[in-house]
Design a protein. Structure first.
Length: 97
């Protein structure tokens, strides 16, 4: 199983998408936004939430690249915001000595 932080670190998305997501961090509300984005009655722990967000974002990224009519730029930005915010809630990894 791949570490979610490693997955986020290797994402290659357009600079404008990433900048918009970083800008939106201040308005992120986990209880309100996360439940809506992953269609859950309660917000799961950050690692579980991050895995679901990554899976959903991968689908949107494929739609973006294909130029699909159903692609939603706003949803893509919202998912990236949530991914960044949830990643910050994960415990810090210890570096090997």
């Amino acid at each position: 199983m791949t570490d979610p932080i490693d997955l986020i670190a290797t994402l290659r998305r357009p600079r404008l998408l990433i900048r918009a997501a970083r800008f939106g961090q201040s308005d992120y509300n986990r209880n309100r936004d996360l439940k809506r984005l992953i269609h859950a009655p309660v917000a799961p722990p950050p690692e579980a939430a991050l895995r679901r967000l990554i899976a959903e974002e991968e689908v949107l990224e494929a739609s973006r690249r294909e130029g699909a009519a159903a692609y939603s730029l706003m949803r893509h930005i919202e998912l990236l915001i949530a991914m960044m915010a949830e990643a910050r809630l994960l415990p810090r990894r210890q570096m090997p000595a």
